[in-house]
Design a protein around this ligand. Structure first.
Ligand SMILES: Cc1ncc(COP(=O)(O)O)c(C=O)c1O
Length: 375
């Protein structure tokens, strides 16, 4: 029996996988069980930011594995404290709650928003994706994901993305928080307009709701900035992070400003694994490599080059750093053909391709990808 048959036998079929069994990875490349090499423009869905099995990450993880793996949050552990200090430096946020994924970071933010404001209502946007657990699903727009699981948490309203007038109608003094993806990722890479975000910021002042910026996909250099909020000059009340944070090792985080954090008490939220020494060491190593190798700058420069090259051949190309989307006629077929030719890409709909390669990608590797995609 081959690996794919074995997978189907005991693994719940919630995923439609590509026909490939990946065995190892190095830099921007992965290799399947037959030794075939693929250039990876998916990077574990925008996670493997410093490249597959980055040697510095592996080395630091090995050392930590030999020292301490897990003790829970009943005790103080050093990597968690060091990571919080580092995140304060790069995010400008004040307090950090650690968890294990993006959806958990959003769950935490929603709970903290209700506790801090003593209000109930959430506003999200058409096209937004925030996760698959009951709270984060409640602020995720796609009907197909939501419908079978209703009733979800309420009240939640979806304002039209990039439509200030509609947003103005929907927010009020009952609104606990507005949650937004500044660049919608799962929808296919659609950035918010600066004027729209300015109105959102003004409305926050007027109605005193909290602003949660979901940086799960955009964070840690993906957009050519450390965080997408910098592009908009925004200072959110809370910020969610995950994906690229541990370069493939599961970790998530909800960051808070001090005035929200001071309303949260012991027992309000928790996670057994959240902030464990292995995950935090991975995040510390990731941030270190991003800084030392100037990967935020690389993301901006190579992202621009990639976007320009794509514009010569494809329609509706949108690129912010190394978060890139474009249209094709038949996206699932395009993904399959790329795979056959040694390239991993991902489609977010029937006609939209999303590229989120490792931040270490070079112009030469972009040329290699372009050759395959244009073929
Ligand atoms: C913006 C955003 N928020 C939240 C999530 C959920 O993250 P996770 O899959 O780690 O739960 C995702 C995942 O794609 C995302 O893109």
């Amino acid at each position: 029996m081959d690996w794919m048959e074995r997978e189907r036998k005991f693994i719940l079929q919630t995923y439609t996988r590509q026909e490939v069994v990946i065995e190892r990875g190095e830099g921007c490349y992965v290799y399947d069980v037959n030794g075939k090499k693929y250039l990876d423009l998916v990077a574990g869905i925008a996670t493997v930011s410093i490249g597959h099995c980055n040697p510095q990450l592996v080395e630091r993880l090995k050392k930590q594995l030999e020292k301490l793996i897990h003790v829970s949050n009943l005790y103080y552990t050093i990597p968690q404290i060091e990571l919080a200090e580092k995140l304060h430096e790069i995010t400008g946020m004040d307090k950090f709650f650690f968890c294990n994924s993006g959806t958990e970071a959003v769950e935490a933010a929603l709970k903290f928003a209700r506790k801090a404001t003593e209000r109930k209502k959430f506003i999200s946007f058409t096209g937004d994706f925030h996760g698959r657990t009951m709270g984060s699903l409640s602020v995720t727009h796609k009907e197909k994901f939501r419908k079978p699981f209703e009733p979800l948490i309420s009240p939640v309203e979806f304002a039209k993305f990039n439509n200030a007038e509609d947003l103005e109608k929907k927010v009020d003094d009952e609104t606990a928080a507005v949650i937004i993806e500044l660049i919608q990722g799962e929808a296919g890479v659609y950035p918010a307009k600066k004027e729209f975000v300015e109105v959102l910021d003004e409305l926050r002042e007027k109605h005193e709701f909290l602003l949660i910026v979901d940086e799960v996909q955009t964070g840690f250099g993906r957009t050519g900035r450390w965080f997408a909020k910098e592009i908009y000059g925004l200072e959110p009340d809370m910020m969610t992070m995950a994906k690229a944070m541990g370069s493939g090792v599961p970790i998530g985080c909800c960051a808070l400003k001090e005035d929200v954090a001071e309303k949260i008490q012991a027992g309000d939220h928790g996670s057994t694994f959240g902030g464990n020494p292995i995950a935090c060491t991975a995040a510390l190593a990731t941030v270190d490599v991003i800084e030392k190798e100037k990967l935020v700058e690389n993301s901006a420069r190579v992202g621009e080059y990639f976007t320009e090259r794509l514009r010569e051949h494809f329609e509706n190309v949108a690129g912010v750093g190394l978060m890139i989307g474009f249209d094709v006629n038949n996206a699932p077929e395009f993904v399959r053909k790329c795979l056959e030719n040694g390239l991993l890409v991902n489609n977010t709909s029937e006609n939209r391709i999303r590229l989120v390669p490792p931040l270490i990608i070079t112009e030469r590797e972009v040329d290699e990808a372009m050759e395959i995609m244009t073929k």
